[in-house]
Structure formats: structure tokens, C-alpha cells
Design a protein around this ligand. Structure first.
Ligand SMILES: [Fe+2]
Length: 228
């Protein structure tokens, strides 16, 4: 951040600029993401991960721009800037892997759940942090180790290694999300656990799905009593 001063952005677009492809579609039109010996399911999964990573870049920048406020400490901006840089690296790693498998980001339909959640929570920093890092990204921590094992089982070590990098850095991102959620609650006089659970009821369709990766969630500081 250096000595840059923080202003307040006037108009933040609801949606970021995106390439013409992938076409955004219902989950039912997105190819099945099954990790097997054939390339097809693995490519579909890697494509879905690339789409998540692209969203994650935009989500970090959206947080910085939409919720900029002189009352937030500079660390808020530098933390999310670091997240944006990590997410850009993740997107690049997965995109390169797709090209090694003779395909590219944009070749398949993708679903828009992450950005829909961003739109739902665009008016409130507490809600945004409650849902995106503490629900959506935490869910990533639950499912990624299983994907890594499956990639290794079919000897796709390149994809497994990329997911290993993403997994360890996503723990850090959830931790950053948790710490700023706690900060935002404290500065508004809100009790964090109840506030998170209220946000979940209001903005998250469906229930949290066990099994939870308690080890990773603990590393990210997420209290078990919130989600179990
Ligand atoms: Fe990521």
C-alpha cells in the first residue's frame, strides 16, 4: 500500500469485465467433473477450478473497491491485494494445465454461483465476508484434499501438485476472511457467531455439507462451534 491514501469509489460495476467465453449456465449444463483415467472429467474439473480462480481474483478486487472506506486499516487492502495476487497465480497455473491437456479456459460452460453470491452480498461487508470466504472458500477446503487424492490415484501428478499449492494458499485466504469478518463485526458491535449464522440463513441457499475438513478449518481459525 505504501503511502497511497484510501478514497471511496463512486460506482462499482455489479459484474466485472469477463471474456466472451465461458458461457455462464445452470449447473445442469456444466460438464460432469469426475476424476478418472480419461481426460474428459479431469478437464471439466480443472475448467471449473479455473473459473473459480478467475472469480476469486475479481472477488478480491471487488472487496477492495466496493468496501473501501477510510475507517478500514491499510492492512485490509494489503491483505486482499495479496489474495488477488495468489488467485491470479492459481488461475495461471490451472490455465496452463488446461493447455497441456489441449483445451483452454472458456471451452466449456461455467456456472455463476460465486458471482451471484457476490451480488447478493454487495451492500454489506459483513455479509460478503460471511458468505464468500467463510462459506464458499471454506467449502473449497473441505473438498480439495479428496480431489488431490483422486488426481494422484489416476497418476495426474501435475494437476495434483497444482491443487496442493491452491489448497495451502486457500487456508490462508479463509484465515484472512475470518480475521476481517471479526474486525467488521467488532467495529459494528455485532456478535460474530450469530451474525455469521444469520447471514447463512439469509444469503446461502442450502445447508453446509459435511464432512468438514476440521484440520484446515482450524488452521484458518474458523471456530467449530459455528458450523457443527
Ligand atoms: Fe485460489
Amino acid at each position: 500500500m505504501g503511502n497511497l491514501s484510501v478514497g471511496k469509489a463512486d460506482s462499482i460495476p455489479t459484474r466485472p469485465k469477463r471474456p466472451l467465453k465461458p458461457i455462464l449456465s445452470d449447473a445442469k449444463n456444466v460438464p460432469r467433473r469426475r476424476i478418472g483415467k480419461s481426460h474428459k472429467g479431469r478437464i471439466a474439473l480443472l475448467h471449473a477450478i479455473a473459473h473459480i480462480e478467475l472469480n476469486a481474483i475479481d472477488l478480491a478486487w471487488d472487496l477492495i473497491a466496493r468496501f473501501s472506506n477510510p475507517s478500514l486499516p491499510n492492512d485490509f487492502y494489503s491483505d486482499w491485494l495479496e489474495v488477488a495476487v495468489d488467485e491470479a497465480r492459481h488461475f495461471t497455473l490451472v490455465s496452463k494445465r488446461l493447455s497441456e491437456l489441449n483445451t483452454a479456459y472458456g471451452d466449456f460452460a461455467a456456472h455463476d454461483g460465486l458471482w451471484e453470491a457476490a451480488i447478493d452480498t454487495k451492500d454489506n461487508l459483513v455479509s460478503r465476508l460471511a458468505i464468500i470466504p467463510l462459506v464458499m472458500e471454506a467449502r473449497g477446503l473441505d473438498v480439495t484434499p479428496g480431489m488431490i487424492s483422486k488426481f494422484r490415484a489416476v497418476k495426474d501428478y501435475r494437476s495434483a501438485d497444482i491443487l496442493d499449492i491452491i489448497y495451502s494458499e486457500e487456508i490462508k485466504h479463509v484465515k484472512v476472511g475470518y480475521s476481517w469478518f471479526m474486525f467488521a463485526c467488532a467495529s459494528m458491535g455485532l456478535e460474530p457467531k450469530n451474525t455469521w449464522q444469520e447471514c447463512l440463513k439469509k444469503f446461502y441457499k442450502g445447508n453446509l455439507k459435511p464432512p468438514f475438513n476440521i484440520k484446515a478449518r482450524n488452521l484458518a481459525d474458523l471456530p467449530q462451534s459455528w458450523y457443527i
